[in-house]
Design a protein around this ligand. Sequence first.
Ligand code: ATP
Ligand code: MG
Length: 589
Amino acid sequence: MSKSAKPGTEAAAASTSNFIRSHIEADLAAGKYAGRGWGGRPGDAGSHAAAPADPARIRTRFPPEPNGYLHLGHAKSICLNFGLAQHYGGACHLRFDDTNPEKEEQEYVDAIRDAVHWLGFDWGPHGYFASDYFDFMYEAAEYLIGSGHAYVDEQSAEDMRRNRGTLTEPGRPGPWRERPAAESLARFREMRAGKHPDGAMVLRAKIDMASPNINLRDPVIYRIRKATHHRTGDAWCIYPLYTYAHPIEDALERITHSICTLEFEDQRPFYDWLLGKLADGGLLARPLPQQIEFARLNLTYVVLSKRKLIQLVAERHVDGWDDPRMPTLAGARRRGYTPEGFRRFAERIGVSKADSWIDYSVLEDCMREHLNESAERRIAVLDPLKLVIDNYPEGKQEDCYAPNHPQKPELGRRAVPLTRELWIEREDFSENPPKGYFRLFPGNSVRLRYGYVVKCTGCDKDAQGNVTAVHCEYLPDTKSGTPGAESVKVKGNIHWLSAREAAEAEVRLYDRLFRTPHPGAGDRDFLLDLNPDSRKTVAARVESGLRSAAPGSCFQFERHGYFVADLADFRADAPVFNRAVTLRDSWGK
Ligand code: ATP
Ligand code: MG
């Protein structure tokens, strides 16, 4: 059904220069923005836009609708828009497209701001709301009516749909299309004054009912909605449609490059028509913003539709918007994904005009790479089994030393206490080892990482035959870092923690939320593709120093993967860690 791309280095190199950058560079070379004023209206000193240092620079924007949390797809758009502004020394605005009063909430506004900041970007003084411009949008609508470019249509919704035509048939003018401007204006003012119920009439742009582009067949630009808006309250009972509001917002903020996803390509003629008409009428200043489309991010093993994400939360398939399995930025953060990982990912996948699917492992690789560079190493035993060193004195304790980062000696090392009783991974002992098993089994020797070589002597079992403890003896001359360390060669090297010193911790082993690459493909209910094993919780043992980990800090647990101290639930007396990503990709197999 789709192409799965796993970009390699060629794609990464290509992304540094892409068609959007070429476009911007051509505009800058042509001096397109030189001599431009500050604000979006002629002679405007920039009432809403605190002027950037140089108005000739580019301005982009990230325009989320505050009707849900940001997801992994938004990260691509944020990195692109803020990244371009950074690269060319321009500005990127954060603008909430709050033209739809029913679905929008302050909770989402706050979460979106948090997520953009977390990704490492800042809009400075350029934080706006579409609702900031409702007065201007209304004024512009009256201008369009007065100049013969818009009319109030009182057809029923069904008649409007019928008269719009289809992809193969032109539309037909409705009975109100040629009404006098004064009559439309009077009606429009009545709409605004609340004299008509929802749906009784709409304001439409008057363009071309026969256009091959259905978006130009007199699109609706205002509708009646008697709803309370999260910011403007009950000041308005008519609201502009997104397609009308968005170009105006861009123009008022003097956006130079309005970058959006491909599904808006067919809207571009309306975008240009509308801004052209308002500039002709002297309501907006030129040069006008231009819309550029790119392919949205499609990622395997996740869903990125807000409707579906809301459903996952509302029906409690997950624990909330920030559940570490959610493909939201709030979830990714709790999962232990990093802003640097996302920026690396955005660079690697690049931008193009062609829709494609990116394999989820590309995102995981980016996180793994960054975590490998940045996360300190620690030891955790996820499935603890006792190991008793029978020839090690009871009560004795000595320090072994483990590097905090093998590639970064400057991060130092820490002491890991060794005692007679240790915790090891249950899978590091086998009574009847399969061929090629180099870990503990009776008679075999392994190295206790950073410590001694030990020789396995046997095990204890309970009445059901389960192994309850493993016994061994250590070779005193073989301690790591001492001259005798290499005197005994062993093939296995296992990690361990002192049973007396280690801390108990809850470790949440997260896996992909969906078990199929294209959840809900075809007509299938996407919920049927949920992975029932996406979370497993274990009672682990971790180094005692991890009790004082800062929530949100990431570690590599040796041999296990990358983990983060849970932002919500971690407590010093009850540590909780989430697995961000395994050490290696195990899904491909
Ligand atoms: P939905 O359609 O699921 O409700 P949306 O994508 O329309 O959500 P918005 O809040 O309108 O959500 O998106 C804000 C910006 O993020 C838009 O400019 C949009 O183009 C961009 N965006 C959304 N999804 C993706 C994606 N998957 N890849 C890249 N950019 C995206
Ligand atoms: Mg949208």
